[in-house]
Design a protein around this ligand. Sequence first.
Ligand SMILES: Cc1cc2nc3c(=O)[nH]c(=O)nc-3n(C[C@H](O)[C@H](O)[C@H](O)COP(=O)(O)OP(=O)(O)OC[C@H]3O[C@@H](n4cnc5c(N)ncnc54)[C@H](O)[C@@H]3O)c2cc1C
Length: 448
Amino acid sequence: MQKYDIVIIGGGPAGLSAGLSAKKAGIDSILILERDSELGGILNQCIHNGFGLHTFKEELTGPEYASRFIEQIIDKDIEYRLDTMVLDISPNRIVTAMNKTEGMFQIRAGAVILAMGCRERPRGALNIPGYRPAGIFSAGTAQRLVNIEGYLPGKEVVILGSGDIGLIMARRMTLEGAKVKVVAEVMPYSGGLKRNIVQCLDDYQIPLKLSHTVVDIEGKDHIEAVTIAEVDSNRKVIQGTEKRYTCDTLLLSVGLIPENELSKNAGIEISSVTNGPIVNESLETSISGIFACGNVLHVHDLVDFVSEEAGKAGESAALYVLKSKETRDDVNENLSNVIVNRTNLTDSESLGDLRTDTIINVKAEEGVRYTVPSKIRSLHVNKFINLRFRVGNVYKNSFVSVYLDNERVIHNKKRILSPGEMEQVVVTKEMLCQKTDLKNITLKIESE
Ligand SMILES: Cc1cc2nc3c(=O)[nH]c(=O)nc-3n(C[C@H](O)[C@H](O)[C@H](O)COP(=O)(O)OP(=O)(O)OC[C@H]3O[C@@H](n4cnc5c(N)ncnc54)[C@H](O)[C@@H]3O)c2cc1C
């Protein structure tokens, strides 16, 4: 069986950044496995600009942003295999994969980093009546067709859902000569970034209809028209508000689902809110030595945050491997070490975790949908911890509050908070140290 210290699954921005930071932290034996024929992940099809403002203080296109990382991967001799699909990860970190040249093979990994990204929610999840005609695409599929394959899916377009990919594709289809008639969004607010609404819809006079959804699709072989209607606060259609739009294309931008089939099969605990693994401050999942980052962990709107988060996962995985090696050396030297008393210990499993840390739960309450991480081991916080979260509604002139048990330690005023934009708040080690026996950190949105 092949052996690597760290195996990274997915060569998108998360996998690339995780690989680089693991290398920087002192690990040489790293392997990135990517099912596609190129590194870069979904960024390869995002040819518009706007990437890298935080990381490089420049506006790059998706492929340009990815290439900055790919060049470093090559420069630092980090190994990767393309056209290689990971099929299984076992709880003791045996990775099973296959490709055309090696067939099926297995790798024993000291640590695994999950960086598989996400996929788009399909039409089947939406319950729209009508036939199943041609001409209905997910926005990401259309993005790939236009930007990589060189096909224009259609000329008269309706878009359902105002997630970022849908907004970007409204502009892209317009620039390619199609007429985008309307973007319908079932929620009373957009699921995308404000900047994308302005730059992709407003600048091209494309109407955005909030609290509207598609209620009928016409056409048997190919889509011919859709009917859009207004919905009430319970998302029930308001009779009499229906409006018909002729079109040859319906693009769906109705959400992203983290790709966690491998994680679930491995037995990793998954959050029912994010659909990503539940992780601690080191981005380690419920299985020791398996880390997660990027869109597989929770859906990000800015790739810069993906790279930053993945950097942390790479560092944590490196630390885990180094600690495991250290502890293994100790075991060899002194067989009476406490470790031998543990049953079912496989390879370096859990060796870094023998110190009994206090676990602090991070709770999302009153307007906060989730936090990543949702658990913190007090001894593992370095200088600070970045708590990333999304809100469940639009809040204006409200406060993001952080409570350490019952004491409020952060109360930041925000002009606007919206579900389409990921937020973050920094809790310092100093704050944590001031509290003895801290059990819960709670994030809330407060009106005053
Ligand atoms: C269709 C789409 C379009 C997007 N467009 C934009 C945009 O225009 N602007 C923007 O800021 N953000 C966009 N995003 C968000 C973007 O996904 C993130 O910013 C970022 O790319 C996430 O990085 P990642 O590495 O986590 O995931 P990805 O970029 O998705 O990379 C994951 C990688 O893992 C690989 N993989 C998955 N499963 C396996 C497996 N079993 N074996 C081997 N390899 C595997 C995939 O092939 C892929 O290369 C888009 C997302 C999607 C889904």
